[in-house]
Ligand binder design. Structure first.
Ligand SMILES: [Zn+2]
Ligand SMILES: [Zn+2]
Length: 421
């Protein structure tokens, strides 16, 4: 017997209301082996075991030759007539961290004793181990006195100050290049390369027992940029105006829909909500429209956002269902609140998110689905049918929704398993 103990999050809420989904092979393994950030260390590790030949290279995908050339330029591999050789004494396998990718982790060190309490990856250190943060480790509370990013050390002292801290951060996202797009009537769903800039700007102290805020403290931490991939969806100005006219708080609606959709993406891509990030705005400069972005939290992308694009109709329909079936009045951690929100879960609008998602999904029927996508099947028997009226009375586009897909030059790797029908 297996027992699922549901937690206060949108994914578990959805599963509790749709237990039938557990009978299906849900898991679709998402992996982007062409991501040079993933491929390069693997090529090095392979070359360190046995020199790589042309024939070997073909096994690593179409992009492997380019990445191998780049590794030669960086003097990590050397090309000889018999193949590519690893040039270093260090073990190539150590280039791949089991704790995410990127820079060396930051050490959490007890100031008085020099004892190593734990480690945290560099981006998380900004959020969890900044100056003045309370840091929890194995049931003990520590207070961070100094975060030294140059040395990769956070100095802490044992002791519970009676409050907890949460970091506030601002996130900006720029579209570098759009690769794919679908139209659902006036709504659009896109996928492409983005640059995300995040900066922790302050933290808030709250009493540990009551949660009462004790004030905000500014921080001076450098911004971090991430080149990654995102899927984003937008509604037209006419749709946004219609929603606003019916009393929808657009920023709150977009933010709530973003949170809930991030909570639900693990249902469609093998990821954790901590692997993905989101940005929502009622007007984004890149699109000129209300836009919700969901991006891979790994350098170069990890395939989750693309999986979200492929499953967009089913995923956003499941998101709508998870919000609608939550019994709370105005939003709770089971639906639209997020434990990792950089804005302290403000603003959020539960009813607005439902109206916004209804607008986006109105023309997302199975015919608008992309390849490998099973339409809004997850909405199951509760589907309300496709809406044919367009209350936002939009522009000159034909009433029959016509989807088109532009495939990028990349090849896509998928397992044979797909979403439950
Ligand atoms: Zn709720
Ligand atoms: Zn948020």
């Amino acid at each position: 017997m297996a027992v699922l103990i549901a937690r206060d999050d949108p994914l578990d809420t959805y599963l509790v209301h749709h237990p039938e989904i557990l009978r299906h092979p849900v898991e679709a393994t998402v992996l982007d082996p062409d991501n040079p950030y993933v491929l390069a260390p693997h090529l090095c590790a392979a070359a360190a075991e046995l020199p790589l030949t042309e024939a070997d290279l073909a096994l690593f995908g179409a992009g492997a030759a380019v990445v191998a050339e780049d590794l030669c330029r960086r003097s990590l591999l050397r090309r000889r007539p018999s193949g590519w050789y690893w040039t270093r004494r260090a073990r190539a396998a150590r280039m791949t961290s089991l704790r995410g990718t990127g820079a060396e982790p930051v050490k959490i060190v007890e100031e008085t004793t020099g004892r190593l309490v734990g480690t945290v990856d560099e981006p998380s250190a900004h959020v969890l181990a900044h100056d003045g943060a309370t840091y929890l480790h194995q049931g003990d509370t520590y207070l961070v006195s100094t975060l030294d990013l140059a040395d990769g050390v956070a100095l802490v002292g044992l002791g519970d100050p009676g409050y907890v801290t949460s970091a506030r951060q601002v996130t900006k996202i720029e579209v570098i290049g759009q690769q794919r797009q679908m139209r659902w009537d006036e709504a659009q769903v896109c996928f492409g390369d983005v640059q995300v800039t995040r900066q922790v700007t302050s933290f808030v102290r709250r009493r540990a027992d009551t949660g009462r805020p004790l004030g905000e403290v500014p921080l001076d931490l450098p911004p971090r940029t991430l080149r990654t991939r995102a899927m984003w969806w937008t509604v037209s100005a006419a749709q946004a105006a219609w929603l606003a006219g019916s009393g929808v708080d657009l920023p709150g609606a977009a933010h709530a829909a973003e949170h809930a959709s991030i909570g639900l993406l693990p249902l469609f891509a093998t990821c954790d909500r901590w692997d993905i990030g989101g940005v929502s705005t009622d007007l984004h400069p890149a699109t000129g429209r209300l836009t919700v972005f969901v991006y891979d939290g790994h350098e170069g992308g990890a395939g989750f956002a693309e999986r979200g694009f492929d499953a967009a109709a089913a995923w956003l329909a499941a998101t709508r269902q998870a919000i609608a079936s939550c019994e709370c009045e105005a939003g709770c951690p089971s639906c639209i609140q997020s434990p990792k929100c950089g804005n302290g879960n403000m603003p959020l609008s539960k009813s607005g998110a439902l109206a916004l998602l209804d607008t986006v999904l109105a023309a997302s029927g199975p015919r608008a689905a992309g390849p490998g996508e099973k339409g809004a099947a997850l909405a199951g028997g509760e589907s309300e049918g496709r809406r044919t009226v367009r209350p936002w009375g939009g522009g000159a586009e034909p009433a029959s929704s016509k989807a088109y897909l532009e495939s990028g030059p990349r090849t896509h790797f998928r397992t044979s398993k797909d979403l439950p029908q």
